[in-house]
Write a protein that binds this ligand. Structure first.
Ligand code: ADP
Ligand code: MG
Length: 221
């Protein structure tokens, strides 16, 4: 397995993200219908379709350039809370990796940390507030731990994806303290946070892309 993740991985991750978001569009809409305004799946689907259209026009030469393209596109195409939050995440990841041609395990972990820090800087959410941060922070912790233990970049992403999924599931019983869902107070409990769910899907796509797996649809090798 590659010891560094290159621009081809980053581009494939974004394309696979678009496929996964499209596949889970209805599920994300339904989650947001329960505790929000039912637009999260539609917002992200529109945004990632636009990312794919941009990638069809030009091929970014570094992972950082791929992240920057995603950041700019998501910020302009995805409305609501999630657009600026995910936009900031990709922008901070782009800054973190700079113009490196390949990302090793530590660079991957630090890019994820930078993305998470950007979301926190923008949205001021803490773990337990029932937001996407409940997926991102365990993902960052797991990624750093894996990188520190000598894992390769694909394994770092695998650890992050698994932790993000657990973190998203752990939002089910929580009462929302940030974002639109917080208007529901106690009634927000018993539903998964849509942004945590979508964040886990994006990190799963990152890991599967690095591991040569196909996230969208069944099977694949
Ligand atoms: P909107 O709430 O404007 O309709 P979306 O439905 O696209 O936007 O996104 C909602 C998601 O955004 C939530 O599920 C939550 O994960 C995330 N979110 C909302 N506010 C914050 C915040 N302050 N910090 C982090 N994440 C947030
Ligand atoms: Mg919404």
């Amino acid at each position: 397995m590659a010891d560094k993740l290159d621009a081809a991985w980053a581009e494939a991750w974004l394309r696979n993200s678009a496929a996964v978001v499209a596949e889970h569009r209805k599920e994300l809409i339904d989650l947001d219908r329960a505790i929000g305004d039912a637009d999260h799946g539609e917002n992200l689907d529109r945004g990632f379709s636009a990312v794919v259209a941009k990638l069809d026009e030009s091929t970014p030469e570094t992972p950082g350039a791929c992240f920057k393209l995603a950041a700019m596109t998501l910020m302009s195409k995805v409305g609501g809370a999630a657009g600026p939050l995910f936009g900031t995440a990709y922008l901070r990841a782009a800054t973190s990796v700079g113009d490196a041609a390949g990302l090793d395990a530590a660079q991957v972990a630090e890019a994820l940390a930078a993305a998470r820090d950007g979301i926190v800087a923008r949205g001021k959410a803490e773990v337990g507030d029932k937001t996407m941060i409940d997926a991102w922070t365990p993902a960052v912790d797991a990624a750093r731990e894996a990188a520190g233990a000598g894992a390769g970049p694909a394994e770092v992403l695998e650890a992050a994806a698994a932790a993000a999924q657990q973190g998203a599931e752990a939002t089910d019983p929580l009462v929302a303290r940030k974002g639109r869902a917080s208007y529901l107070a106690e009634r927000s409990a018993g539903h998964r946070d849509p942004g945590a769910a979508s964040s886990a899907l994006l990190l799963r796509a990152a890991a599967d892309t690095a591991g040569g797996k196909d996230t969208a649809g069944e099977g694949g090798t």
